[in-house]
Design a binder for this molecule. Structure first.
Ligand code: ADP
Ligand code: ASP
Ligand code: MG
Length: 427
């Protein structure tokens, strides 16, 4: 049995006309002899509306009930689409997370997949040609509905593709592939034919929401080729896959940006062993992810520690830092909620020098001040004033795009490897 997993995002399922276009993609796969698992998102805007309802319904909504509510967006999509398929004579049925089941842990709102019962799906294929699976959702061992975090249908699809040995996982969306930067922001963005898992991880963690970061982690771990393409055209799209020699020849493959950044500086703390641990332990204990960190040179035994967090965590981080300063000493806590991170990403950087210099010079030319820098072996990230984000992305893109003609490509990104654990999935 040849199984193909196809996932369609929120804009692809927004109305009946679009669902008919989705049906066309599914029919094409059936014509090629595949049994098809179709993973659907809620229609665009639906999850936001449900989330908004939950916060209006209760001051501190119960997280398990929020997940139960959010999962209904995907439930509506799969039921409607299954009707449409059956109406055109295709043997199909819908399946919710708990019906498969897709078992997750109980971290409501950001649950991790623990196992998928592939045998149940294979059994359903004895009577059906298409299974329409609700993305973004799973169930705990004891039957509570969970969701996988925003954009989580990508992860449902890739995990199913891994569990079912699908030759690849097709991710259909409203753009026709992965671009060198967000095509809705930069008109000169260029579509990439191929991109490595590592580069895509960098781009996703830098804010390129075209794929949820956890879906890329899954794809890399289980070596599932992910094919990002458009529901509304037949263009070949972008293949996210393992590195090959051709890809290494490309110096930079993308520019990403992330406006969900806030900067915190803890001033005048003692410069002695244990201070960093004292500062960062309460942040991780409270589930706050820290991205960039800079410690300034010590002056008379004291130092400043600057780091970035997601904007939603800023208030909490400031509060925790003030407590620590009161305990270990320090002159105060400063912050800036209006910063953004722009990143250049490319596996080719491993073997080439000069990428950072080129990026810094491009930003300087536009008078954009770099507040912090972080690097991994395949990315360079710069923290800048948020108001220059679009200009910085375009400037970097143009700077590196010039190199394309000289067979050199550049990418930007920031990397937080310690913050991302990959679950051990048992299929
Ligand atoms: P879906 O609802 O299909 O899951 P998303 O809105 O989650 O779609 O992701 C698609 C969007 O990702 C695009 O419309 C585009 O604006 C954005 N995007 C950001 N960075 C990139 C990139 N580098 N390449 C392609 N799309 C990107
Ligand atoms: N509907 C969910 C969201 O909006 C999951 C998804 O679309 O992938 O985040
Ligand atoms: Mg998405």
């Amino acid at each position: 049995m040849r199984i193909l997993v196809q996932k369609f995002g929120g804009t692809s399922v927004a109305d009946i006309d679009r669902l008919k276009m989705v049906r066309g993609k599914v029919k094409a796969a059936l014509d090629q002899g595949y049994k098809v698992v179709v993973v659907l998102s809620a229609k665009s805007g639906k999850t936001n509306k449900l989330l908004d309802l939950s916060t209006r319904g209760a001051a501190e909504p119960d997280l398990a009930e929020v997940d139960s509510l959010l999962s209904t967006g995907e439930q509506a999509s799969v039921a409607l689409f299954s009707m449409l398929l059956k109406d055109s004579g295709i043997k199909a049925r819908s399946m919710l997370g708990w019906q498969i089941p897709i078992i997750t842990n109980d971290e409501f709102g950001r649950a991790r997949i623990l196992s998928i019962d592939a045998s149940r799906i294979r059994k359903e294929f004895e009577a059906h040609d298409v299974l329409v699976v609700a993305g973004f959702q799973g169930t705990t061992e004891d039957g509570r509905i969970t969701t996988l975090g925003r954009g989580g249908s990508d992860t449902s699809a890739v995990a199913l593709a891994a569990a079912l040995d699908s030759c690849e996982c097709e991710i259909y969306t409203d753009v026709d592939g992965v671009y060198t930067t967000d095509p809705n922001l930069c008109s000169t963005a260029r579509k990439l034919d191929r991109v490595t898992y590592e580069e895509m991880l960098e781009m996703a963690s830098m804010g390129a929401k075209v794929l949820q970061i956890r879906s890329v982690e899954f794809a890399k771990k289980y070596n599932v080729p992910v094919h990002v393409r458009s529901t509304f055209s037949d263009d070949p799209g972008t293949l996210v896959a393992q590195e090959d020699a051709m890809m290494e020849a490309v110096l930079v493959s993308g520019i990403a940006y992330d406006k969900d950044q806030a900067r915190v500086t803890v001033c005048g703390v003692p410069d002695r062993p244990g201070v960093s641990a004292a500062l960062f332990a309460p942040l991780s204990e409270n589930g706050i992810m820290v991205d960039m960190i800079i410690q300034t040179a010590s002056r008379e035994g004291v130092t400043d520690m600057t780091f970035t967090v997601s904007r939603k965590d800023l208030e909490k981080a400031i509060h925790l830092m003030k407590e620590i300063v009161a305990r270990i000493g320090g002159t105060g806590v400063e912050h800036d909620p209006y910063v953004a991170k722009v990143s250049v990403i490319g596996v080719g950087m491993r073997n080439h020098t000069g990428v950072a210099t080129k990026a810094f010079a491009a930003l300087q030319q536009e008078n954009i001040n770099i507040q912090m820098i972080s690097t991994s072996e395949i990315k360079i990230s710069c923290l800048i004033d948020e108001k220059y984000t679009e200009l910085a992305v375009r400037t970097l893109h143009d700077a590196f795009e010039l190199l394309l003609s000289g067979k050199c490509i550049i990418a930007i990104g920031s990397y937080t490897p310690t913050m991302r654990e990959i679950p051990d999935v048992v299929f």
